[in-house]
Design a protein around this ligand. Structure first.
Ligand code: PBG
Length: 328
């Protein structure tokens, strides 16, 4: 007796048919490349914890943006690293802020590249927290939600005036989406979309990023404003608030440890869902690949495919450039 081939296996035996019945694909159009920029010129500093990623200056970043555009990567998201940090993160919203100068250059050089900006204060504050810090009722320093909103509004407006195509608040303060929306509308930027980092968890997987952006908190951690990794229902409430406040795209972050959150969000909301395949997710595989323990290309493609399968339409990933080459 022959071993029986089931109907499901029969479908897998033909490579063309396998391709035809594939339920999920990753396209270069799904990808957003994160880039770090600092003041200066001619800078291309490799980030130790994220091999193949660099801190750029506006001129070298412009070259990189041209290359990404040429490869078909549709979008970048910019993170600024200022020369000077202070308690209120003034370099986040100064007219000559490094992110603003970079937006202007990139938009001129690559008009079809979608330039998104991360709106947050942690890269710009000397204490490394995502907002304005004051003593709370117990006399302990903590992020003051409402005073932070003013600063986030200023930062969003600075990015909009410089020509950003979309702003992406990642601070996790309550009420920031509606404040930013109203301020943008008042200045005539009613056509500028907001991608909200809605369900952002207080995660160990941001470790390599804090090295890249030189932004680790100098005291405490971010668990008073970022989410507890244990909470799925709360993630849905966070997303719901951002949707009500006017977010155009909602994001789940990190991606791989939170595929259940992505799936539930995709089933619930009729908006594009973005997912951030964060620095730790990238660096783990990169380190294993550099040791010869894992096939980087296969593992990266499988990761991004899984994020799409879970329901994300857009993926922020440090593999965006490599993927554009791999998919070409
Ligand atoms: C800023 C911000 C962070 C990341 C994106 N925006 C760091 C943090 O919240 O600590 C992390 C991205 C990554 O790890 O790749 N708040």
């Amino acid at each position: 007796m022959n071993f029986p081939i089931t109907r499901l296996r029969r479908m897998r035996r033909n490579a063309t048919l396998r391709r035809m019945v594939r339920e999920t694909t990753v396209s270069v159009d799904d990808l957003i490349m994160p880039l770090f920029v600092r003041p200066g010129s001619g800078i291309k500093n490799e980030i130790k914890s994220m091999p193949g990623n660099f801190q750029w200056s506006p001129d070298t970043l412009e070259e990189e943006a041209r290359e990404l555009e040429g490869l078909g990567v549709p979008a970048i998201i910019l993170f600024g690293i200022p020369d000077h940090k202070d308690a209120v993160g003034s370099q986040a919203y100064a007219a000559d802020a490094v992110v603003c100068r970079t937006i202007e250059r990139v938009k001129k050089a690559c008009p079809s590249l979608c330039v998104i900006t991360d709106v947050c204060l942690c890269e710009y504050t000397d204490h490394g927290h995502c907002g304005f810090v004051a003593n709370n009722r117990d006399g302990n320093p903590d992020v003051d939600n409402d005073r932070t909103l003013e600063l986030l509004v200023k930062e969003s407006l600075a990015h909009a005036r410089a020509g950003a195509d979309m702003v992406a608040p990642s601070d996790m303060m309550d009420g920031r989406i509606s404040e930013i929306r109203v301020a943008l509308d008042d200045e005539g930027f009613d056509d500028l979309p907001i991608m909200a980092y809605s369900a952002k968890f207080a995660s160990a997987f941001y470790g390599p990023f804090r090295d890249a952006a030189e932004s680790p908190p100098q005291f405490g951690d971010r668990s008073s404003y970022q989410m507890d990794p244990a909470n799925l229902h709360e993630a849905m409430r966070e997303i719901e608030l951002d949707v009500e406040e006017g977010a155009d795209i909602v994001m789940v972050k990190p991606a791989l440890p939170y595929l259940d959150v992505i799936r539930w969000a995709a089933d619930t909301y009729d908006l594009p869902i973005a997912a951030y395949n964060v620095s730790g997710e990238f660096s783990m595989l990169k380190a294993a690949a550099m040791n010869g323990w894992i096939d980087e290309k296969r593992a990266a493609m499988e990761s991004l495919l899984s994020i799409k399968r879970a329901g994300a339409k857009l993926i922020l990933t440090y593999w965006a450039k490599d993927m554009a080459k791999w998919l070409a």
